[in-house]
Ligand binder design. Structure first.
Ligand SMILES: NC(=O)c1ccc[n+]([C@@H]2O[C@H](COP(=O)([O-])OP(=O)(O)OC[C@H]3O[C@@H](n4cnc5c(N)ncnc54)[C@H](OP(=O)(O)O)[C@@H]3O)[C@@H](O)[C@H]2O)c1
Length: 189
């Protein structure tokens, strides 16, 4: 069985997107800045990280808002992922969505299905914040890969809330610095 890897790009102050996220503003006000490491300032090292994620993942899990705001109408409605993508949402689209499956029952059901599809490969949980928070709170993950963009957004969609009461100990086992982000891979202690 592969690992469950949670990934998220955040600002230094822990936001995954700006305020006012919507279909016409998927990353919120100023939020696109976070993804400079994937677009504007992408280097070979950044590409390596992305390639590693795509190649090691046998299934991807996506949150409902992330799908509806950022993916449903992009790429001609098809999935951008190389592995099957499971969307956790009660709002299941009626149209064709090649490469996507929809899971209205929540993250545990999505994870069961994703593991069955992924086999020995990893399950990649790519956000958004609400989904990552649920995986951390339910304690169903092996690693967290955080990409910290060098910007303090001051406001937006926070990652670090709704995580329960207990302290969460992680061990950083790889750090990669690029102009667009500090990439840190953590495993659970
Ligand atoms: N910085 C990054 O790396 C990164 C990565 C991914 C996304 N994002 C951004 O993050 C934002 C979205 O994050 P978010 O925290 O607002 O939302 P999200 O985690 O993408 O999705 C939350 C949604 O998931 C569905 N959901 C959650 N629990 C469920 C359950 N138990 N049963 C059924 N459905 C459930 C609901 O969708 P429905 O309401 O559709 O039922 C809920 O509204 C977007 O702006 C996106 O662009 C950033």
């Amino acid at each position: 069985m592969g690992k469950v890897i949670l990934t998220m790009t955040i600002s230094i102050d822990g936001f995954v997107a700006g305020l006012n996220t919507s279909l016409s503003n998927p990353m919120g006000d100023g939020g696109l800045r976070l993804h400079d490491w994937i677009f504007a300032s992408r280097t070979e090292k950044d590409t390596q990280i992305l390639d590693q994620l795509y190649e090691s993942s046998g299934a991807v899990i996506v949150g409902g808002r992330t799908y509806h705001y950022a993916m449903e109408n992009a790429w001609g409605g098809a999935s951008p992922f190389t592995a099957p993508a499971l969307v956790v949402t009660k709002d299941v689209p009626k149209h064709d969505a090649t490469g996507f499956m929809f899971v209205p029952e929540g993250i545990k059901s999505a994870l069961l299905k994703a593991r069955a599809i992924a086999g020995k490969k990893n399950v990649w949980v790519m956000g958004g914040a609400n989904l990552i928070q649920q995986f951390i709170k339910e304690d169903v993950y092996d690693e967290i890969w955080i990409h910290i963009a060098p910007v303090i957004l001051q406001k937006g969609v926070p990652l670090f809330k709704n995580l329960g009461e207990e302290r969460i100990e992680l061990k950083a086992y790889e750090v990669l610095q690029t102009p667009g982000a500090t990439h840190i891979k953590y495993r659970r202690v």
